[in-house]
Design a protein around this ligand. Structure first.
Ligand code: KG4
Ligand code: ZN
Length: 339
């Protein structure tokens, strides 16, 4: 083992990306390999779990070898191996967990079990290691929409979460109905550029006064109803207008709830995380609102917003520093939450 540097190999296989990265001292990303299955799943309009697991089995070893090769390392140079153990698709998670266990055990180094949601938030520490606590995180991905208040590494409180669909899930479902492709977020964003965000007034679910929870199933259904009734009347709707108005409604709710959470917590710093954090409108709106309030706002580059091994290596680095190692019987937990 290398005593001079802390080298963490991060492995991510929770959904449809097989990814591995080598991170040195929590800030130098020496390699980052992402093997995406998007093309495989695109023809089905969403991720097929069984196919995803099999693809991870096919690619995990090659992706890890490439990550080590690009970092000019072998297992003997590593300090620990971090792996996502939940939440996610059980078969996909098991491939990563079993692989990481075998590698860490054989190399005689600690195994670090990482919550995928924490991983997304920790992408911000890779991009900006000087980030200070306390901070508020808006985590918006395909499966989750959370507002989380962090007081320190591993010390956090969930202030709000979605009661039904996640923001990304709603974007993906509407995109599919509009015939725009999978995953939907980037397609909605692209179509919205050519549309009018005020063409349709889609509902914004704010829930009870003061609530920091989200609900996106209502706005999703409103869009689907609009499209259905237009079809039944033989009317055509401009897809770009629907995309722009829908994106506007989602971003509006995310921003309003985030501002409310900032007000309630007095957090001086805001970070954005998860696949939907790649959305340009969301980034722009939160940048403007944070500036007005003197709040430091950070977000990772798009490649670190969607699923990746670098964010898992980063979360693993802080867990390694805390000597918070995973047991050898670490299991995949598909419904793992943030607590
Ligand atoms: O974090 P992620 O890669 O996977 C999960 O952990 O779920 O998030 C995937 C989600 C998908 O719903 C996708 O449509 C959305 O992130 N997404 C975006 C954008 N890029 C990805 N949503 C809006 N705008 C984008 N540019
Ligand atoms: Zn994710």
């Amino acid at each position: 083992m290398n005593d001079k540097y802390i080298n963490i190999l991060g492995i991510e296989t929770s959904c449809d990306e097989t990814s591995a990265a080598v991170l040195q001292d929590g800030r130098d990303l020496l390699s980052h390999v992402i093997s995406s299955q998007i093309k495989t799943h695109q023809k089905y309009g969403g991720v097929v779990p069984e196919v995803a697991s099999r693809e991870h089995i096919l690619h995990l070893q090659g992706v890890v070898e490439q990550a080590l090769e690009e970092a000019k390392m072998d297992f003997a140079d590593l300090s620990g191996i971090a792996v996502t153990y939940g939440p996610g698709l059980v078969g996909s998670l098991l491939v990563g967990v079993a692989g990481a266990k075998a590698m860490a055990y054989a190399a005689g180094i600690p195994l670090l079990g990482i919550n995928h949601l924490e991983g997304h938030i920790y992408a911000n520490f890779l991009h900006n290691p000087e980030l200070e606590f306390p901070l508020l995180a808006l985590l918006v991905s395909g499966g989750h929409s959370h507002l989380v208040y962090f007081e320190g590494h591993g010390q956090y409180r969930v202030l709000g979460h979605t009661r039904d669909d996640a923001a990304g899930e709603a974007l993906d479902k509407v995109a599919r109905t509009l015939g725009l492709g999978y995953p939907g977020g980037p397609y909605i964003q692209k179509a919205a550029l050519e549309g009018n965000p005020r063409a349709f007034e889609f509902p914004r679910a704010m829930l009870e006064p003061g609530s920091l929870d989200f609900s996106f199933s209502g706005v999703k259904s409103a869009v689907l109803n609009t499209l259905n009734s237009a079809r039944m009347k033989g009317e055509t709707v401009k897809v770009e207008d629907v995309a722009a108005s829908f994106q506007e409604a989602i971003v509006d709710v995310l921003v309003r709830k985030t501002l409310l959470a900032l007000e309630k917590t007095n957090a001086p710093t805001l970070v954005l995380a998860g696949g939907v954090a790649a959305n340009t409108l969301l980034r722009e709106r939160l940048t403007g609102e944070s500036q007005k309030r003197g709040i430091a706002f950070h977000y990772p580059p798009p490649i670190l917003c969607t699923d990746n091994g670098a964010m898992i290596a980063t979360a693993g680095y802080y867990r390694y520093l805390a000597k918070d190692y995973a047991p050898w019987d670490l299991n995949a937990i598909p419904g793992l939450s943030l607590v």
